[in-house]
Design a protein around this ligand. Structure first.
Ligand code: HEC
Ligand code: HEC
Ligand code: HEC
Length: 420
């Protein structure tokens, strides 16, 4: 019997050593590196048309992950909404800086990276930096032209990249599960200008990737052939809001019970352009409005969604919050009724920090001007437009409530300081 336990002990000991060795190997080996890469040898012509088109696409595709408010440039930052299981991930500086940005990458290196996920240093980068297999060649040229332009967003900035710390899971997946995509063998043409459905399909599956959030699960999405994704546009994918609470994506097929079957085209345009549902509640984070899309592009997406096979799937309902305060105010009710909390949180700290608004906007009028039409002040703002939705008499109490959020924070700070 003793001998038996000894043998088991030796086997277990060996297993532990093997597993530890394997984990150590993952850590040391890092992401796999590829040597047989054939990058295109091209120099993109930087024309004003391409720079304008590139700015639009970069605002849609790259801005959220690469824009750093501290530098006002695409200089990279900590990317909070990447699942923790992947480790601590920072996006990189993609301004024109020659040392810390991508000023010394060739156009071919940038293109190859965007298509395949293989970095200039030949290492594979997992899906926390997305790949763009279905964006047309001309739009890839436009992205590159914009990155090379003299736009302030990409003006050289010396911010150093923070080295990301991928978890063992990310390293394992990067080595054994995820694979770089193939560089396209034939040209990728843009959709024909007179084919509305093709244009809608291009925006919602080729460029923006609406389907990625709106199908069943990121794990079962097909990046190269989006329509093969499980539950294509049927919703139910579990996402996280900025507090880490689950939010489930909506069913965008034309199912009359659970999808958009009862929406009109106007409802759809209102949702994407202004960020509001038909009942004028706000689309919650991480869904945002798309102020960079024109109405005709949004209508094209709607036309395409009408051709997508209907899925009779009731996505789970996201929890939402209730307004509960010892001293409820009219402004608080408005803040919750229209769903400001969905992006700004209960304390005012969410997608941005609202608790300084009371200092930044000196009068209630200034604050109300912002809330009514943010895009007038920051073109392309992700915040919904509230003019015409919130009733006139509700704006003043709302503005006062927003001010109060900042003052509450100061009171809370003073109290903690006093306790210390
Ligand atoms: C979901 C977040 C996300 C989006 C969206 C995104 N990126 Fe990135 N990007 C990252 C992360 C994270 C890294 C760092 C990856 C690494 O090297 O490990 C990165 C790295 C890069 C790099 C390499 C820079 C360097 O010096 O290492 C380039 C170039 C780049 N991104 C360009 C783009 C462009 C262009 C777009 C839009 C078309 C885009 N990214 C969209 C997250 C993102
Ligand atoms: C980052 C993930 C994400 C992306 C990308 C995304 N959505 Fe959403 N979308 C969501 C979530 C989450 C909801 C909200 C579900 C809820 O109501 O709680 C939502 C809601 C919606 C709604 C409202 C549906 C309803 O029944 O209330 C529409 C319409 C919509 N999205 C369309 C789009 C379109 C079109 C695109 C691409 C242009 C897109 N979404 C891209 C996550 C996303
Ligand atoms: C879909 C998300 C979303 C919703 C809903 C939303 N906001 Fe915003 N809000 C933003 C974003 C993002 C910003 C940051 C500015 C920018 O990037 O456009 C912002 C900025 C602001 C600012 C300016 C802060 C500053 O420092 O300049 C105020 C004030 C504000 N929001 C108030 C509100 C109020 C009040 C509501 C409800 C009626 C509301 N927001 C609903 C996303 C949202």
């Amino acid at each position: 019997m003793k001998k038996f336990f000894k043998v088991i002990g030796i086997i277990l000991g060996c297993l532990v050593i093997i597993v530890a060795g394997f984990l150590g190997y993952l850590k040391v080996a890092g992401m796999p590196s590829f040597s047989n890469v054939h990058r295109p040898n091209v120099k993109v012509d930087v024309t004003p048309e391409r720079v304008a088109r590139g700015r639009k696409i970069v605002s849609l595709l790259c801005y959220d992950c690469h824009f750093n408010p501290a530098t006002n440039r695409l200089s990279g930052h900590y990317v909070a909404d990447i699942p923790k299981a992947f480790g601590d991930i920072y996006s990189h500086n993609i301004t024109g800086d020659k040392t810390n940005g991508i000023g010394n990458w060739t156009d071919g290196e940038v293109m190859y990276f965007l298509r395949t996920g293989i970095h200039k240093n030949n290492e594979y980068v997992p899906p926390y930096m997305p790949k763009f297999p279905n964006v047309s060649d001309e739009d890839i040229n436009s992205i590159v032209a914009f990155l090379r332009s003299d736009d302030t967003l990409v003006a050289p900035n010396p911010a150093m990249d923070t080295v990301e710390r991928p978890s063992l899971l990310a390293l394992f997946l990067g080595r054994f599960v995820f694979k770089p995509l193939e560089y396209p063998k034939s040209p990728i043409a843009p959709p024909p200008a007179n084919d509305q459905v093709a244009i809608g399909k291009y925006w919602s599956t080729g460029v923006i990737g609406c389907y990625q959030c709106h199908s069943a699960d990121f794990k079962t999405n097909d990046e190269v052939y989006p329509e093969k994704s499980v539950g294509f546009f049927g919703g139910g994918n579990e996402l996280k809001d900025f507090n880490g609470n689950p939010v489930y994506s909506a069913n965008l097929t034309m199912d009359p019970d659970y999808g958009l079957g009862k929406w009109t085209q106007e409802n759809f345009v209102h949702a994407l352009r202004d960020g509001l549902r038909p009942d004028n509640t706000a689309l919650p984070f991480p869904m945002a409005r798309f102020p960079n899309l024109t109405d005709s592009e949004i209508v094209a997406i709607y036309a395409y969604l009408k051709t997508v096979p209907v899925i009779h799937n009731a996505p789970k309902k996201s929890a939402g919050y209730k307004y509960a305060d010892a001293n409820p105010t009219k402004g608080g009710e408005v803040y919750y009724h229209y769903g400001c909390y969905a992006c700004h949180g209960q304390t005012g700290i969410g997608v941005c920090d609202l608790t300084h608004a009371y200092e930044k906007y000196h009068t209630n009028e200034e604050l109300i001007t912002w809330i009514k039409d943010p895009s007038k002040i920051i073109p392309g703002s992700k915040m919904p437009t509230w003019q015409g939705t919130i009733r006139e008499e509700e704006f003043l109490p709302l503005a006062e409530y927003v001010r109060q959020l900042g003052q509450n924070r100061n009171i809370a700070k003073a109290q903690t300081a006093a306790i210390k």
